[in-house]
Design a protein around this ligand. Sequence first.
Ligand SMILES: C[S@@+](CC[C@H](N)C(=O)[O-])C[C@H]1O[C@@H](n2cnc3c(N)ncnc32)[C@H](O)[C@@H]1O
Length: 237
Amino acid sequence: MPGTSGERGPFPEELPNIRNPKSEIRNSVEGGQAESVDERHRTRQFFNLVAPAFHVIDRRLLPEYRRALEKLKLEPELSVLDLATGTGTLAAAFAERGHTVTGIDFAARLLRRARRRLPQADLRLMDLADLPQLPDDAYDVVALAYVLHGMPPQMRRFALCQARRLARRHVLVFDYSGPGRWYVRLIEWIEGPHYPSFIDRPLAEIAAGAGLIVEREEHTSSMGTCWLLAHSDEPSP
Ligand SMILES: C[S@@+](CC[C@H](N)C(=O)[O-])C[C@H]1O[C@@H](n2cnc3c(N)ncnc32)[C@H](O)[C@@H]1O
């Protein structure tokens, strides 16, 4: 499939689909500038670097994802695309409920753990910037868990527009809905500069910019929420 790749070697420095002239900007399908290649490169390096500590985050998030999916009671046997799947924690929670999961992430070390955890799932080393290569309405559900807060506003909009285009039924977002504790703020500060602008704006407003409306909202922890989104009646932005 175009834009995807298996892992080659222990930690591929470059994905084949990331060209690396400094400061190249890749345009989104909507024509806006999404996120610089340099910034995505830094983000990918950050996540590969912290991969050995991810089991701590997995242990915390898996029960939240399980509880949220239990409450949402989505239709059975859905096809799910988990964007920025990381070590596949949300993908695992979906798979446990009998859904068919495809996961995409550009951090090879995290994806390797996801593949060990979910050998039956389709897990692809791929940059979200290449989502326009996937066909419309390809999945029942498109999920984004704890990824939007780390992106600049244009890339958030791009990712949600793509999720809307790819999803036949639902877009599901898990993320921060308020300021986290000091250690969360510290980790997010190390990850990059975008977390404060994310928590300052209601998710409903961000989603509206991508032609999505909030159907349901469930708090998953003191600082996290899950939003079930649907296509709005407004024409696609
Ligand atoms: C905080 S982790 C969340 C992982 C997973 N969704 C979870 O809930 O455990 C953010 C993930 O986004 C991925 N990511 C960020 N930007 C990406 C991009 N442009 N393309 C693909 N993956 C991306 C990172 O590699 C990382 O795995």
